[in-house]
Design a protein around this ligand. Structure first.
Ligand code: SF4
Length: 115
């Protein structure tokens, strides 16, 4: 690699352009996510994971993994905008889950409380 000032300047410009592009890519993904369809409870993966739109409907006697007070909104896998009813979940790419939903993969988000 050359040490000429021009090459360093070009490299610096590229690095800055890359840093600016990262948050923009995140905004695009966020906008795309908002338009995604809602996950169907009958979707084969949703069925396999025991996903429901309303966690309060989970029968704890039949689903031992269920812990009362666990919801998608306090799960580490939920992403997207805080407060939105329907948000992306890492487990179901391209679909949105209900913030009050639940599935067997639920794990408490660090810093969140059950309930
Ligand atoms: S992984 Fe978490 S956020 Fe995703 S559907 Fe299951 S409980 Fe909800």
């Amino acid at each position: 690699m050359s040490d000429s000032p021009l090459d360093r300047r070009t490299l610096l410009k590229s690095a800055i352009a890359g840093l600016v592009a990262l948050p923009c890519a995140g905004l695009v993904r966020e906008a795309e996510a908002a338009d995604a369809p809602h996950l169907d409870e009958k979707d084969p993966l949703a069925v396999a994971m025991g996903y429901v739109h309303d966690a309060k409907k989970v029968d704890a006697s039949k689903v031992p993994q269920y812990k009362p007070g666990s919801f998608c909104h306090n799960c580490v896998q939920l992403v997207g905008k805080e407060g939105d009813e329907w948000r992306p979940c890492n487990l179901f790419p391209g679909k949105l889950v209900d913030k009050d939903g639940w599935c067997k993969v639920w794990v408490l988000k660090p810093g969140a409380k059950v309930g």
